[in-house]
Design a protein around this ligand. Structure first.
Ligand code: ZN
Ligand code: ZN
Length: 233
């Protein structure tokens, strides 16, 4: 039992975000969700009926969606664990916006099952502006725990230049905004050369961010790039 966590849950009067039961009574909880509610949340997982490339819910009889057929992304595959709605969306806001770091346990646990065979985990780099607004980089925190769970090394291989947030942009502007906004750190070329990398991010919206990151990684000698995110918007 993690006594520090029990003490912390007790001091903070933490409740399960799904059913409201006190978490101090359920010390084996993962983040802000009690063990009883975890399976119900997992039932919201994106099922296997998705585009084989981008992981979007499948529409029509094609294995690969129209968007991926018309302009294939730089990544080999992408899958999200959840659709970005209801409780999963609220949890991501709790984690990123309200600083509930303990949720990283939960996100790492649910992501772990979706990680493909790979040599390295690489977090999608944060915007330098956003790290000033919150005391931690949420994606790196999850990747660190994911690495421990999966036994796959992780490396902060990429950086992001200052730029506009993707939030308010449409699909075309997002792609334009991302081009040139990410890069591979100077010392990382050798580490990435010939490797299979899995990029990890929190939310997949149009895919412009992971597409841009995958393109840069491939240009630096990475053999294959997969991507996994917590939720798809
Ligand atoms: Zn619960
Ligand atoms: Zn697709």
């Amino acid at each position: 039992m993690n006594y520090l966590r029990v003490l912390d849950d007790w001091l903070m009067h933490r409740m399960c975000r799904s059913c409201g039961s006190p978490l101090v009574l359920q010390p084996d909880h993962c983040g802000l969700i009690c063990p009883e509610c975890s399976p119900a949340l997992e039932a919201q997982f994106l099922d296997s009926d998705v585009c084989l490339v981008c992981g979007a819910p499948r529409i029509g009889g094609y294995d690969v969606c129209r968007r991926c057929r018309e302009s294939p992304p730089a990544f080999e595959s992408h899958r999200s664990v959840f659709l970005y709605h209801s409780l999963p969306a609220a949890l991501i806001v709790d984690f990123k916006g309200r600083g509930h770091r303990q949720l990283s346990d939960y996100f790492a646990a649910v992501l772990a099952d979706s990680i493909p065979p790979c040599d390295l985990l690489v977090p999608v780099p944060f915007r330098p502006e956003s790290i000033r607004r919150r005391p931690f980089d949420p994606v790196s925190v999850v990747v660190k725990q994911l690495s421990r769970r999966c036994g796959i090394p992780w490396v902060q291989a990429m950086y992001r230049k200052k730029g506009r947030s993707q939030k308010s942009l449409n699909q075309e502007d997002r792609a334009r905004n991302m081009a040139g906004a990410v890069g591979v750190r100077n010392s990382m070329g050798e580490r990435l050369s010939g490797k299979i990398v899995c990029l990890v991010d929190d939310v997949f919206t149009t895919g412009a961010t992971v597409h841009a990151c995958a393109g840069v990684l491939l240009a630096s000698g990475t053999r294959t790039v997969h991507a996994r995110t917590i939720a798809m918007d």
